[in-house]
Write a new protein. Structure first.
Length: 222
């Protein structure tokens, strides 16, 4: 598992704005809210590149990854967790309007009919649907929320940086890992696509899910 290369690939997914004009007096004065974020990203990437040159610090950095409203932690051994159905512990049923409010006004749904029930637990909106006869779990979290999805990955699990429609993501496969939803006990998870789209952190999970199919499903969400 080449996590150093995967993190560098994930960093390459950041789209930088074009170089601004050199004559500021000809440009309308307005506050660009992206500049502080881009500055933070630039500093973080420079620090990451410098730390990769130090073997002792490299191992510590590659054991933690943050993507939107989710954290991925790499460990030598998984903590105790049980395998449970995808539909267990998703929370109470909510309306689409309630879900949009929790998610900052944006709710993405797969094109299935009838629309599956929406569930809410600790600011995470989830829904379970069938794809090619297999259950697939879609979970959404507003990145500005005060909660995080936690994923704990051992060396037997393959973790690859991917791009989902131009957005940064991580594909977890090969061996089960542990997922911890806010307010729920840890459980074993199968193949998972985790990615960031705008203000949302999204997660697709399915035992038979492939990366190609997960990307296809992600492209249909609207």
């Amino acid at each position: 598992m080449d996590l150093e290369g995967e993190l560098r690939a994930l960093a390459a997914a950041v789209e930088w704005p074009p170089t601004p004009a050199l004559r500021p007096e000809l440009v309308p004065h307005r506050r660009d809210l992206r500049r502080p974020l881009l500055l933070v990203l630039a500093v973080a990437l420079v620090a990451l590149a410098a730390a990769f040159a130090v073997p002792r610090s490299r191992g510590a950095i590659l054991r933690f990854l943050h993507l939107g409203g989710a954290t991925v932690t790499f460990v030598d051994r998984l903590p105790p967790a049980e395998e449970r159905p995808l539909g267990s512990g998703l929370g109470a049923s909510v309306s689409a309007a309630e879900a949009r409010t929790v998610l900052g006004g944006t709710l993405l749904l797969p094109p299935v009919s009838p629309s599956p029930p929406l569930h809410l637990s600790q600011q995470v909106v989830s829904l379970l649907f069938l794809d090619q006869g297999e259950p697939v779990l879609l979970s959404e979290l507003y990145s500005g929320a005060a909660v995080f999805l936690q994923k704990i990955v051992a060396t037997e699990t393959s973790a690859a940086a991917v791009r989902v429609g131009g957005d940064p993501g991580v594909w977890l496969t090969r061996r089960p890992h542990v997922v911890v939803f806010p307010g729920a006990p840890a459980r074993l998870a199968g193949n998972v696509l985790l990615w960031q789209r705008g203000p949302l952190t999204l997660r697709l999970e399915g035992r038979a899910l492939t990366l190609a199919r997960a990307k296809e499903l992600a492209a249909t969400l609207h």
